[in-house]
Design a protein around this ligand. Structure first.
Ligand code: BMA
Length: 330
């Protein structure tokens, strides 16, 4: 059978079969959450975090809210993608010449390997939330690069390869606060420094109220024979605050500003205690995915209730058939 995911065979990613009798297309890991309150002395909550294949194991960049409440990033490693060993101290960023280049705050990182470097995007402070960009080869030395876009912007996500010779970046222009609007755009760059040719990818709205307020790109898109598979968060406004759910979209492989199919209903919405109760209730916020091209298994890492790190699973062929059969593009 031909493979749907165009990527590596990674048989060691976390995986658990769908529970018997379940009709869910995306199901939760039974051992969730994988990171709980106060996992290390310097971080009260670790969530909305990113992990990637690294050597024969995994490494990542993790959002940790410190005990003064300020968000920052920690490096971490894992043999199995489930038990995460976090560094005790936050990442100390340097500039191109190796001099300290500290960040003010940092949150919601994504990590992607492109041509041997691991690039990190995050929400950075540039006198207002903006997209931060940096790179590492070893998850020990982290070099800051110029911010790709001006404030106000969040949810920067790079594609894992150049498209038509250009690096591609998804982002979600916002405001200074908790942003009651939000559409996803794509920008391109020849060199990871100069970004332009911005195009709208997708908006909030549609029939589904779960994504009526705003949307933002989630993990790094997965290249498939059916297009780029992108998980995203969709937000609904309630009298008790925002609710963050997970959806997915297929984007054209050569022109990722074009949406081919998009989930009409959410794939996962806060239901479990660790999603509905915590520092910010009712948040499921995906920031990373690991996948195995051989079996089509996908493990999605999401932040739960701005407190925990959790994993959900899906199988690519089942998921894509579902998206196609239950799509609403608008
Ligand atoms: C967004 C970001 C996320 C957070 C979410 C829910 O604006 O700040 O980090 O998970 O709100 O609080």
């Amino acid at each position: 059978m031909s493979k749907t995911i165009l990527g590596k065979t990674l048989s060691h990613i976390p995986w658990e079969a769908k529970p018997a009798g379940s009709d869910e297309v995306m199901w939760r890991f039974s051992a969730n959450p994988i990171i709980g309150w106060n996992p290390i002395p310097k971080a009260a909550r670790v969530y909305n975090s990113a992990i990637a294949p690294f050597g024969d194991a995994f490494a990542g960049v993790f959002r940790g809210d410190q005990k003064n409440g300020r968000a920052t990033l920690f490096s971490g490693r894992s043999k199995d993608g489930i038990h995460i060993e976090l560094d005790p101290d936050p990442i100390q960023w340097v500039d191109e010449s190796g001099q300290p280049n500290p960040i003010s705050y940092a949150y919601d990182p994504r990590v992607v390997e492109i041509e041997g470097d691991y690039f990190i995007t995050w929400c950075d402070d540039m006198r207002g939330p903006s997209i931060g960009l940096g790179r590492t080869k070893d998850f020990k030395t982290f070099v800051r690069m110029p911010n790709p876009l001006m404030p106000y912007n969040r949810n920067g996500v790079l594609f894992p390869r150049k498209i038509n010779g250009k690096y591609m970046l998804l982002s979600r222009p916002s405001d200074t606060g908790h942003t009651p609007f939000g559409n996803i755009y794509v920008s391109e760059s020849p060199d990871m420094i100069h970004w332009g040719n911005h195009k709208l990818v997708m908006t909030n709205g549609g029939q589904g109220w779960w994504q009526g307020t705003k949307v933002g790109a989630g993990p790094v898109p997965i290249e498939t024979t059916e297009g780029w598979l992108l998980f995203y968060h969709g937000v609904s406004g309630t009298c008790n605050g925002f609710v963050y759910s997970i959806g997915a979209v297929l984007l054209d492989i050569d022109n990722p500003s074009k949406v081919l199919y998009r989930t009409r209903d959410y794939l996962l919405t806060p239901e479990k205690d660790y999603e509905t109760t915590g520092f910010v209730p009712n948040v499921a916020f995906p920031c990373a995915n690991l996948y195995d091209a051989e079996t089509g298994r996908i493990a999605i890492y999401y932040g739960a209730a701005d407190t925990y790190t959790a994993i959900a699973f899906c199988q690519v062929d089942e998921l894509i058939s579902y998206i196609k059969a239950n799509s609403e593009v608008f």
